[in-house]
Design a protein around this ligand. Structure first.
Ligand SMILES: C[S@@+](CC[C@H](N)C(=O)[O-])C[C@H]1O[C@@H](n2cnc3c(N)ncnc32)[C@H](O)[C@@H]1O
Length: 208
């Protein structure tokens, strides 16, 4: 089966995620920016990077290497156009996160915003543990279930509906247990409610 993400035009994705009533793109960019401020960010892997949301916050004096991974080549082409000149040491990788290999022990910060809804944590978390250097951290954002909200928010962008059958919400407790087994320990976590009412978990995990 073709991954439905390959059929969602970048314009639809960005239109949907940044629309005022959804505002998840702004939330993720803010969360990435906060991570840059809080954690060592000399070398970063951004997993499920789409068109590079948040990369505008990188300070090239601090960050020397950024690896941005996504399965959708159109998103990555836009990311390159927007950020190649601004972000030092940008490496763009078109790959499936369940099978791709990145340099081991190379990253001080791995940012994984709304990707575990599409990629199995049992497969990806041990890989992330291998990509982090000692003392490195992963910041993961998970969507939480909410009674009055559909998993994929409603919008005028019909193509996003293709995600509903593949999107799996991962309960933070289960996520934490899989992360622990992979050698990643929760250092901090919080729940954030967007104005829409949709709740999200933000967890920071340190490599043991
Ligand atoms: C909800 S978006 C992530 C949002 C983004 N992290 C941000 O901060 O704005 C999910 C992204 O993961 C990508 N993706 C989904 N499944 C993937 C896979 N198996 N391997 C690599 N990328 C994948 C999609 O193409 C999409 O760009």
């Amino acid at each position: 089966m073709t991954n439905p993400w390959l059929q969602i035009p970048a314009a639809d994705y960005e239109g949907h995620m940044s629309s005022p009533e959804i505002a998840q793109q702004q939330f993720l960019a803010r969360t990435f920016q906060e991570s840059l401020g809080k954690y060592e960010s000399g070398s970063i892997a951004m997993l499920g990077c789409t068109t590079g949301n948040g990369l505008e916050h990188i300070d090239p004096a601090v960050t020397k290497k950024v690896t941005a991974v996504d399965i959708n080549p159109e998103y990555l082409e836009i990311l390159r156009r927007r950020h190649a000149r601004l972000v030092a040491g940008l490496e763009v990788v078109e790959a499936d996160l369940e099978t791709c290999a990145l340099e081991s022990s190379a990253y001080s910060l791995v940012f994984a915003g709304l990707i575990f809804e599409y990629v199995q944590p049992q497969i990806l978390l041990p890989k992330i543990a291998g990509w982090l250097r000692d003392g490195g951290v992963m910041v993961a954002v998970l969507q939480l279930p909410a009674k009055n909200h559909t998993k994929v928010s409603q919008s005028r962008f019909e193509s996003l509906k293709a995600l509903a059958p593949i999107m799996q919400l991962v309960p933070p407790r289960q996520f934490k247990s899989i992360a622990n087994d992979a050698g990643l320990m929760e250092a901090e976590s919080k729940t954030v409610h967007l104005e829409s009412g949709k709740p999200f978990y933000i967890g920071t995990y340190a490599k043991r």
